[in-house]
Design a protein around this ligand. Structure first.
Ligand code: NAP
Length: 255
């Protein structure tokens, strides 16, 4: 077990990639705080899968787009599990619109959840770690679109590009505290965020043609890397983005 006795908070872990990470962490012996914003029932399913591995789990609703909520989330997670070791900033959304039609409301939502949420959750985690004089790991779930253009998703790309720079900046600033910060950049992973794509055979076929490993990724594909970055084997790894995309980003053209 690579994370035995560690305490982890995974934002947005009711579904999709976050759920996959929460379950995989539990499999490796970590206690997990599960966060969601609307899907209470899905969070219960994640909790059942987590505790089936004999570790402790807790469900903590919070909107990561709210600074008050993320501060409370870190407090409640540590109160429930004990001092935290690992934060995974996974919660994220995307909104489709041509650039010239993007509303202020949608822009704010994407940036607040994907970027501001990760920023202030990390700040709350760092304050928590500093107060105990302990090291820690921060893992951001970015996207291949931190680097790769994605027409009609300008705010999403801006949020993920900013996450890339935030990761690099914090690796430098937090390194002396023993806190490592890394990004995982998934490609096309089969989760509810991609429901429209999964229901469009033409787009899906075109995408699959561009993935050298010829399949969509699964949350488990991302979770394996998260376990590595959270564990002892990654002790000397910080400030990097790790792409998990079946080769998509070295072979990609927007349709
Ligand atoms: P998903 O299936 O839509 O799940 C999103 C998760 O985030 C859910 O647990 C959701 O909670 C939570 N969430 C959304 N808004 C939130 C908020 N305001 N506060 C707290 N939690 C919130 O998405 P996913 O595909 O797993 O994506 C997870 C992360 O991976 C995102 O950051 C996404 O950008 C990134 N990513 C995904 C892909 C992909 O192809 N799937 C590729 C690259 C990057 P509720 O269930 O309560 O709504």
């Amino acid at each position: 077990m690579r994370l035995k006795g560690k305490n982890a908070l995974v934002t947005g872990s009711s579904r999709g990639i976050g759920r996959g990470i929460a379950i995989r962490f539990a499999q490796e012996g970590a206690n997990v705080a599960i966060n969601y914003v609307g899907s209470a029932r899905a969070a219960e399913e994640t909790l059942a899968a987590v505790t089936a591995h004999g570790v402790r789990g807790v469900i903590l609703p919070a909107d990561v787009g709210s600074v008050d909520d993320v501060r409370r989330l870190v407090d409640e997670a540590s109160a429930a599990l004990g001092p935290l070791d690992i934060l995974v900033n996974n919660a994220g959304i995307e909104k489709h619109a041509p650039f010239w039609d993007v509303s202020e409301q949608d822009y704010d939502k994407v940036i607040d959840i994907n970027l501001k949420g990760a920023f202030f959750a990390t700040q709350a985690m760092v304050r928590h770690l500093r107060s105990g004089g302990r090291p820690g790991r921060i893992i951001n779930i970015s996207s291949v679109h931190e680097d790769l253009p994605f027409p009609n998703f300008a705010a999403y790309c801006a949020s993920k590009g900013a996450l890339r720079m935030l990761t690099r900046n914090l690796a430098v600033e937090l390194g002396p505290l023993g806190i490592a910060v890394n990004n995982i950049a998934p490609g096309a992973i089969e989760t509810p965020i991609n429901t429209a794509l999964l229901n469009d055979p033409r787009k899906l076929g075109a995408l699959l043609n561009q993935i050298p490993l010829s399949r969509l990724g699964q949350p488990e594909d991302v979770a394996g890397l998260a376990v590595f970055l959270a564990g002892d084997e990654a002790a000397y790894v910080t400030g990097s983005t790790f792409v998990v995309d079946g080769g998509l980003s070295v072979n990609y053209q927007e349709q």
